[in-house]
Design a protein around this ligand. Structure first.
Ligand code: SF4
Length: 589
């Protein structure tokens, strides 16, 4: 249903109070990232700690969800346990479509339940249910039980946390359905702090599609671009794991804690190798005809019965990098085994993989001992990493508790900060050079998806700082609008400005379509106001020495030029946070 306002469900877990708010601002912030930031401005507290029960956990979808393909993401916003600042994390699965068909643009959860609970949301039914008996269960057990308790398919999503989230770990993710995640910056820890084990959304309403031929025409064009041109096929075929070989070939794949950027042994974990020996099938988020989710298998044997079964485990490039090349694990099935352990524990895979790579090097250098690591971490040994992932999830000793708060926190205590592969949070798998390192270090989500720094590194050779800053700021602004539509970023080649404008107009959001650039700018500034207002200071983010020791195809990354870019981009971010976007001038964050 087309509305000028946002329809937002607000639930307080402490009091049990539920209300539906009609909130203006569609023409200003669109939805998704913009709506999430606006809701945090309204319901959040910049100056209170992340685990204050009054802090909101926010989910927001966009105006095109349910109308066009790949408008499949939900934006989750919260104050992060990782750095106690405003954060965003994006997840797919059936989450966005379920919220759309439950007839909500956003969900705001505040308070703290008395015991382990589930929030059940439908268009006619909202309930907070005591499920304390599931507290302590891993993701697999919780998922199986929750699916039996709340049967249904189609527009029904189950978001849940595992033991890491219950422990409020900054590395805990929220798992959406089975194969998608709100991965980074500790959204799972926020759910844990609210005693919220699961959220079920039943999309049990229906709404008519827009009348007239324009919508059908635009839809058919978008659908054809997605399915019958080559624009999206790479995501379905090898998928992002195809990057393993590509990055290794250009000496940009982080290997063994970024001590190397290429290694012939990587042949054992390329996308091609996974497809040959381990790929079982593809899956897709709701409303996506592409299906980029690659699901591999791991065979298990029940010895006493001499029976075998296989487990299905989703893989993609970031996961293969984090618990594969970064840990020196060069076998597909060993990588799948580690992904499965992290998955069961409800851990984001990237940060644990990268932090264990640091711990392995720290152990080899004698900075820490097996008194801290419990098991003798060694590159290439998947068995010890399987144990260590569980220690990280449960916070088994003081070392793992610190490490799961972030590699730099452990390095502050034990030393070894120079070789911590942290760019705001543990790095994503692109050692492409200066633009990427700075883009992730200062990006709002500390993600490779904040802006295309990795792509800039590969396409440009110039050293001009102003050019790079201009690219990062403009590219981030464009992505802000796309993520406010909640389009999957893989579809950004299809959803160019003109196409997005046509989509919006065809369903009645003409005002938004006519002002996309200014709305994108407003969203960008709003997000930075939230981030800087909650304590982000670019000058406090360091880029460890390892990033200027690394050599990729262009040779070593020059430290001075890295620092110059970081200073210039940081300055621009602070200007964005101060800029009110009006002619009157500036507003303090
Ligand atoms: S391309 Fe992949 S991540 Fe994007 S919507 Fe489709 S299945 Fe989901």
């Amino acid at each position: 249903m087309i509305r000028d306002h946002f329809r937002v469900l607000v639930v307080n877990l402490s009091s049990g109070q539920k209300s539906i708010a009609a909130i203006d601002g569609r023409d200003k912030v669109a939805g998704g990232s913009g709506l999430a930031a606006m809701l945090f401005e309204k319901y959040g507290f910049l100056d209170r700690p992340w685990n204050d029960p009054r802090q909101p956990l926010i989910f927001a979808i966009g105006p095109l969800t349910g109308y066009f393909p790949l408008m499949s993401k939900t934006v989750c916003a919260f104050k992060s346990p990782y750095h106690d600042q405003y954060a965003e994390s994006h997840g797919g699965g059936r989450s966005a479509m379920s919220l759309r068909f439950a007839d909500f643009d956003g969900l705001v959860i505040t308070g703290r339940a008395k015991s382990g609970s589930a929030l059940i949301v439908g268009s006619r039914h909202i309930e907070i249910k005591d499920i304390h008996y599931l507290w302590g269960t891993d993701l697999h057990v919780a998922g199986k039980t929750l699916r039996r308790m709340f049967p249904g398919a189609g527009h029904r999503t189950i978001l849940r946390i595992g033991p890491a989230g219950e422990r409020q770990s900054p590395m805990a993710c929220i798992t959406a359905d089975t194969y998608r995640h709100f991965g980074r910056l500790g959204g799972g820890g926020v759910m844990g702090s609210k005693n919220l084990k699961a959220i079920m959304v039943h999309g049990d309403a229906a709404f008519p599609l827009p009348e007239g031929g324009e919508y059908v025409k635009v839809f058919e064009k978008v659908h054809a671009d997605m399915t019958s041109t080559g624009m999206m096929s790479k995501y379905h075929n090898l998928g992002t794991p195809g990057n393993v070989k590509g990055l290794n070939d250009i000496k940009s794949l982080p290997i063994r804690n970024l001590q190397a950027t290429a290694d012939p042994a990587v042949a054992g974990i390329t996308g091609e190798r996974f497809a040959e020996v381990a790929l079982l099938r593809n899956a897709a988020c709701a409303g996506c005809p592409v299906g980029c989710i690659h699901i591999g298998f791991q065979r298990e044997r029940f010895q006493e019965e001499n029976r075998y079964l296989y487990r299905q485990i989703a893989y993609d490039f970031e996961l293969i990098f984090a618990v594969g090349s970064m840990l020196g694990i060069m076998d597909c099935f060993e990588v799948l085994k580690l992904i499965d352990v992290a998955e069961k524990m409800g851990l984001d895979v990237i940060s644990p993989g990268v932090s264990l790579a640091w711990a392995t090097e720290a152990l080899a250098k004698g900075i820490i001992t097996t008194k801290e690591t419990i098991v003798p971490l060694a590159f290439g040994n998947s068995s010890v990493y399987a144990d260590a992932l569980q220690y990280l999830a449960y916070g088994t000793n003081e070392f793992y508790q610190l490490l799961s708060s972030g590699t730099l926190k452990a390095a502050e205590r034990y030393g070894g900060g120079d070789f911590a592969c942290v760019l705001g949070q543990e790095m994503a798998g692109y050692a492409t050079g200066r633009a990427f390192f700075v883009s992730q270090a200062l990006g709002l989500r500390h993600s490779h998806l904040d802006a295309g720094g990795y792509s800039y590194d590969q396409k440009h050779t110039g050293d001009n700082v102003e050019d790079v800053v201009k690219f990062l700021v403009e590219d981030e602004k464009k992505r802000c609008f796309i993520t406010s539509m909640v389009a999957c970023l893989f579809a950004r080649g299809v959803y160019r400005d003109e196409v997005l404008g046509n989509c919006l107009k065809s369903i009645g959001y003409g005002g938004l379509a006519d002002n996309m650039d200014s709305v994108a700018g407003e969203i960008q500034r709003l997000r930075w106001r939230m981030r800087v207002g909650s304590g982000f200071r670019p000058e406090n983010v360091s880029i460890p020495k390892r990033f200027s020791e690394v050599t990729n195809r262009r040779g070593p990354v020059d430290r001075d030029s890295l620092e110059a870019l970081k200073a210039a981009y940081g300055k621009r971010i602070l200007e964005l946070a101060k800029d009110s976007g009006t002619e009157e001038g500036t507003a303090a964050p």
